[in-house]
Design a protein around this ligand. Structure first.
Ligand SMILES: Nc1ncnc2c1ncn2[C@@H]1O[C@H](COP(=O)(O)OP(=O)(O)OP(=O)(O)O)[C@@H](O)[C@H]1O
Ligand SMILES: [Mg+2]
Length: 325
């Protein structure tokens, strides 16, 4: 059975560079918000690609309300480390002095994995935050726009590496809680984004494989973005094909659009080829990955604007089952 993705706490959206991770993460966040959830859309790194969609900038590490019920946050490792140390040491000035220290700067640059650990630790901390007496979660859902694959997978593997290395102590304790969140299918799902193209499909298959066999993070769904559907449905397509072979019909069409008919037919033919390719890649995803597959259409007029994202959100919403699992 296909489960309601929005019933979890954390959706990690990843995929090949340029496959539409930011678009899909933002659209999923909007769709979940439209179902009444309070959603935090987390971007990892320094750059803000989400803010401009809503006509604004999200300052680094400042939680920003983009629309009612939809918040944005950029998690940058160095600032996350700062926050973590202030929490641990209580005195901001000491932390500032500590982090500005050249030796520490050198050490943090040399130590592999701390960025990833602190990033994923921050996601865990956001998931844990509660409000009020009843300790309700501060956000119903976190949607994480994860980095492109290679890097995306390494960032999720770091808690495991830490657990294999550190056998005791507070860092191990906290990392165990982080890893528990990542591995819990009731709370976390990885969403793989691909395009109907060879390289992107290969990459999402690798992500799926890594999720299952290396990371042990539950894999929720594959989104085939930029999907091209046939112009006509299955019942109408043979009729259209027959019409194209019907000389009388074609000469009538020729009279209606004297100069455009050849171009029109060519455009239809090209569209059909691309639609067949999309269907073919969908079948490949079904065979090589299986599970839940969602498709979002190629939008010719896509301009990284709110209206386009709303269209994508609508299409996704129709494919995510409602109700509890
Ligand atoms: N369904 C679509 N139809 C048309 N264009 C799209 C679609 N989805 C995304 N795009 C465009 O493709 C480009 C890449 O999309 P997006 O930024 O979401 O990908 P990404 O995977 O986050 O990229 P990066 O790896 O650089 O972070 C953008 O210009 C976006 O507007
Ligand atoms: Mg992106």
């Amino acid at each position: 059975m296909v489960r309601n993705l929005f019933d979890r706490r954390v959706l990690l959206v990843t995929g090949k560079g340029g496959s539409g991770k930011t678009t899909i993460a933002t659209a999923l966040a909007m769709a979940a918000r439209d179902r009444g959830l309070k959603v935090l859309l987390v971007q990892l790194g320094k750059n803000d690609y989400v803010g401009p969609i809503f006509g604004r900038n999200i300052p680094v590490y400042k939680e920003t309300e983009l629309e009612p019920g939809l918040f944005g946050l950029i998690v940058e490792p160095y600032l996350a480390l700062h926050e973590y140390l202030v929490g641990a040491m209580k005195i901001r000035m000491v932390v500032d002095w500590f982090l500005e220290n050249r030796v520490i700067q050198y050490l943090t640059q040399a130590a592999p994995g701390w960025r990833e650990l602190i990033t994923v630790g921050k996601i865990w901390q956001l998931e844990q935050q509660t409000v009020g007496y009843q300790k309700r979660p501060r956000f119903d859902l976190l949607v994480v726009d994860a980095p492109a694959t290679g890097h995306g997978i390494s960032f999720l593997r770091v808690p495991q590496i830490i657990l294999n290395t550190l056998k005791f102590g507070p860092v191990r304790q906290q990392t165990m809680a982080v890893q528990k969140l990542l591995m819990d299918p009731d709370r976390t799902l990885l969403i793989g984004v691909t395009l109907p193209e060879d390289l992107a499909v290969n990459e999402v298959e690798e992500i799926h494989h890594a999720a299952k066999h290396v990371l042990q993070i539950p894999y929720g769904a594959t989104v085939i973005n930029g999907f091209i559907a046939p112009l006509a449905d299955a019942a109408t397509t043979p009729i259209v094909r027959e019409l194209l072979r019907d000389e009388k019909a074609m000469s009538a069409l020729g009279r209606a659009v004297p100069h455009g008919v050849a171009a029109l037919l060519e455009a239809m033919r090209l569209h059909e080829i691309r639609a067949e390719l999309s269907a073919d890649y969908r079948a490949q995803v079904a065979e090589r990955i299986g599970g839940t597959i969602m498709t979002t259409p190629y939008l010719a007029e896509m301009n990284e604007d709110r209206e386009s994202i709303i269209k994508v959100a609508k299409v996704l919403d129709e494919q995510v089952p409602r109700g509890r699992r």
